[in-house]
Design a protein around this ligand. Structure first.
Ligand SMILES: Cc1cc2nc3c(=O)[nH]c(=O)nc-3n(C[C@H](O)[C@H](O)[C@H](O)COP(=O)(O)OP(=O)(O)OC[C@H]3O[C@@H](n4cnc5c(N)ncnc54)[C@H](O)[C@@H]3O)c2cc1C
Length: 303
């Protein structure tokens, strides 16, 4: 990753570097920082480090997908899921445990390759969780960072209303939670459906975007301008490492490093607190009970 223009005063050699105890690359090191994983966490970490002028390398174990590589529907299992043992080479890695099956992003972009695009701010109850409530005033502390993340991800309210939304609203009212029905905040460029425009977000520094065509295929991978495999083993050296390989990949990697003896000092508490995202199912039938098409939308337009 090439360093971009710095938007932060914490350039290398500054206070942040001293606090983090970072050693500059110097002779014999390939990078200042290596970031493991290219999903939401890894890509943001890499961008911020590059903006500060560090030399950053990203290690991603999955392949790079182009628009045409994505499955046309979730039934195209070979292009949707990743389980090479069974000939599946898609965007979502399937990992089976004794009691649970985990689906996680796998490829350049991580989970962003096929997610529902919903981008919420945490509710107040989340900040008051005893695990971290006393550590900071999280609401005010995180607010500017939410602002930055929303700007970078182009967050907008889903506009329009579809028969699927009407069904969801009616169901909410039926079960007594009608007031919780809201338009979702999504990272989707709406523009004119199917029309490509020059970067609408970053003053021309970003990629061109195509207006959402409402195919509801967000979670199988956007085939409309939304968003390689190197088997040779190579060794890289760096002053610091950011492990951002997702909830699953990070834990697997750290467990291997601890139990394999490479990093025996990793605390066993590392595995006590974990959080994961559980997507809400969306309608799987194309027709509502009244015969209307319910799939002309984004994958998740209301909550
Ligand atoms: C179907 C689905 C829909 C979702 N919808 C939403 C949504 O609408 N809104 C929302 O906020 N969240 C959603 N999520 C959750 C969201 O995708 C994750 O929370 C997010 O991707 C986590 O980001 P991350 O950077 O931690 O990990 P990831 O994005 O998973 O990235 C980790 C990357 O690390 C790579 N990796 C793993 N191990 C290694 C290794 N040893 N070496 C090198 N690379 C490695 C992986 O291949 C992957 O690319 C959804 C998830 C799924 C599965």
């Amino acid at each position: 990753m090439r360093p971009g223009p710095s938007t932060d005063p914490d350039t290398p050699g500054g206070e942040a570097e001293k606090v983090a105890g970072v050693v500059r690359a110097g002779v014999g090191r390939d990078f200042d920082w290596l970031v493991i994983g290219s999903g939401f966490g890894g890509s943001v970490a890499a961008l911020r480090l590059a903006e500060k002028g560090y030399r950053v390398g990203i290690l991603e174990c999955g392949k790079r997908f182009a628009d045409d590589d994505f499955a046309k529907s979730a039934w195209r299992l070979r292009r949707y899921f990743w389980m090479p043992r069974f000939g599946l080479r898609g965007i979502f890695r399937l990992t089976a445990f004794k009691d649970i099956f985990i689906v996680s992003g796998n490829g350049v972009g991580g989970g962003s390759l096929g997610y529902a695009n919903t981008l919420y701010r945490a509710q107040p109850a989340f900040f008051t969780n005893p695990q971290w409530a006393g550590l900071a005033e999280w609401d005010s502390e995180l607010r500017p960072h939410y602002d930055t993340a929303e700007r970078m991800l182009g967050v907008a309210d889903y506009e329009g209303a579809t028969p699927a939304d009407a069904l969801l609203k009616a169901y909410g009212e039926q079960i007594g939670v009608g007031e919780t029905y809201k338009q979702t905040r999504v990272g989707i460029f709406f523009g004119e459906a199917g029309e490509q425009v020059e970067d609408p977000y970053f003053g021309g520094d970003g990629p061109a975007r195509t207006g959402c065509v409402r195919c509801a295929g967000c979670m199988i991978g956007c085939r409309y301008g939304g968003a390689w495999l190197r088997k040779r083993r190579r060794t890289f050296t760096a002053g610091g490492v950011v492990v951002a390989a997702g909830a699953l990949g990070t834990n697997q990697l750290l467990a291997r490093c601890k139990h394999g003896g490479a990093l025996p000092m990793i605390s066993p508490n590392r595995w006590r607190f974990r959080r994961a995202s559980i997507p809400t199912p969306t309608p799987t039938s194309r027709l509502s009970p009244t015969g209307e098409t319910v799939t002309r939308s984004a994958a998740c337009s209301r909550r």
